[in-house]
Design a protein around this ligand. Sequence first.
Ligand code: FE2
Ligand code: FE2
Length: 177
Amino acid sequence: MSDVQQLTDISILRERARHNIENGAVTEGYNADREEILRLLNASLATEWVCVLRYKRHYYMAKGVKAQVAAKEFLEHSEQEAEHADKLAERIVQLGGAPELNPDLLSKNSHAQYVAGNTLKEMVREDLIAERIAIDSYREIIQYIGEKDPTTRRIFEEILAQEEEHADDMADILDGL
Ligand SMILES: [Fe+2]
Ligand SMILES: [Fe+2]
């Protein structure tokens, strides 16, 4: 038996592409559970926005000379979490869904939590915990997607890599406090 995967005949691909063109990027060959993928994307979108807000709060609240390095990281992270949110929202729309940005639902749908934190140490600790939650949930999502939706998986893989950097940054800062 050949180990080359059987490819769909080009005439069938061409014919299929003409059907349901209102579905845009979602073709008949899309074999993931679209509703479930959209649910996971929206939960992750909520996670990212909660992280944007938490890092923003920590950025504004980080005071004193000792907090300067942390404050710079908080700001950078909040900007990167917002970029993650944009990538997820764009993918949701590509898949025919709608990004859920109702503020009342964000903290409910988010994997990570919003913890204000009083001291710099508490803030950094909570950020590290939130990153670790995001890392585990994104890794699970990537495993769930598998080969079913390579584009969505790649988006999660890119985001996951950056969350791991974030966690590492927070762990370094926590070490010095
Ligand atoms: Fe993120
Ligand atoms: Fe992050």
